[in-house]
Design a binder for this molecule. Structure first.
Ligand code: COA
Length: 241
């Protein structure tokens, strides 16, 4: 069902699955993956049959080992600038997906791997997951939204320590910091993500989407604006079929 090279897109019973598929390179995020993800995210957004999305990755060792170092750090500056602009668009597109998105993480979750997962709404990881942000050590900063999404998820102090210290987190510490919602054994990762997806699918779709929007958009508003947004969305959800 997938015509892509670096991602696999599948859909079954209302669940859309996106699989990062460069296991030989630990699913490092390259230009091709960026272009294909951009397309897939657009397709998911417009797909009335996709009620929930699961983002996962192929191979045993990694969800994603970050940006593909053979491409991103060797490009000349103008190319890099164009890529950075495009990158902003893709992360905005990711965050704007109207369906709940569940990230199923295992093994190495580094750099843009973490950032991709932060564009998702719920994060599950395996006991062997390892989280790291190598960017400052490479002379760059997170550019897949992470400098904004990380502090919004785990708070400013924890985000800055994680980013600036270069220290990696194991699964349990990631859970304590609320970087992930839940840690599960490797064999339960996909079953747990699918069970969560099915539970969400059992609820009225309009209410699910409105709840996501209220939380996601509300976080960028003042409390008064957020309450007004909630009132509008609540009224719309009540009136929706
Ligand atoms: N970009 C491109 N290729 C990558 C990659 C990346 N970020 N991370 C891993 N790979 C490739 C390796 O080059 C290797 O390819 P090869 O088999 O053709 O030599 C393959 O994936 C396996 O990686 P390897 O380093 O052999 O695995 P390991 O278990 O020894 O180490 C890591 C795993 C994650 C510790 C190590 O691969 C690593 O440090 N990767 C870079 C992480 C990084 O700095 N990412 C950038 C974030 S901005």
């Amino acid at each position: 069902m997938s015509a892509f090279e670096t991602v696999i897109y599948e859909k079954a019973d209302g669940i859309a699955s996106i699989t990062l598929n460069r296991p030989g390179q630990l699913n490092a995020y390259n230009v091709r993956m960026r272009d294909e993800l951009f397309e897939v995210l657009g397709a998911v957004t417009d797909d009335p049959d996709a009620g929930v999305v699961i983002l996962k990755a192929a191979g045993e060792k990694a969800f994603c080992a970050g940006a593909d170092l053979s491409e991103f750090l060797t490009a000349p500056p103008p190319v890099f600038a164009r890529q950075a602009r495009f990158a902003r668009d893709i992360w905005q597109r990711f965050i704007n997906v109207p369906q709940p998105v569940i990230a199923a993480l295992h093994g190495y979750v580094l750099g843009s791997g973490i950032e991709m997962s932060l564009c998702c709404d719920i994060r599950l990881c395996t006991e062997d997951a390892r989280f790291g942000l190598p960017e400052p050590g490479l002379g760059i900063i997170p550019a897949a939204g992470g400098s904004q999404t990380l502090p919004r998820t785990i708070g400013q102090a924890a985000a800055l320590e994680f980013l600036l210290s270069g220290r990696w987190l194991d699964a349990e510490e990631a859970r304590r910091l609320k970087l992930v919602n839940r840690v599960v054994a490797r064999e339960y990762l996909l079953p747990a993500a699918e069970a969560m997806a099915r539970k969400i699918l059992s609820y009225p779709r309009a209410a699910v989407r409105a709840a996501k929007q209220a939380v996601r958009r509300g976080l960028d508003m003042t409390l008064a604006e957020g309450l007004a947004l909630e009132a509008r969305l609540a009224a719309a959800a009540r009136g929706a079929p």
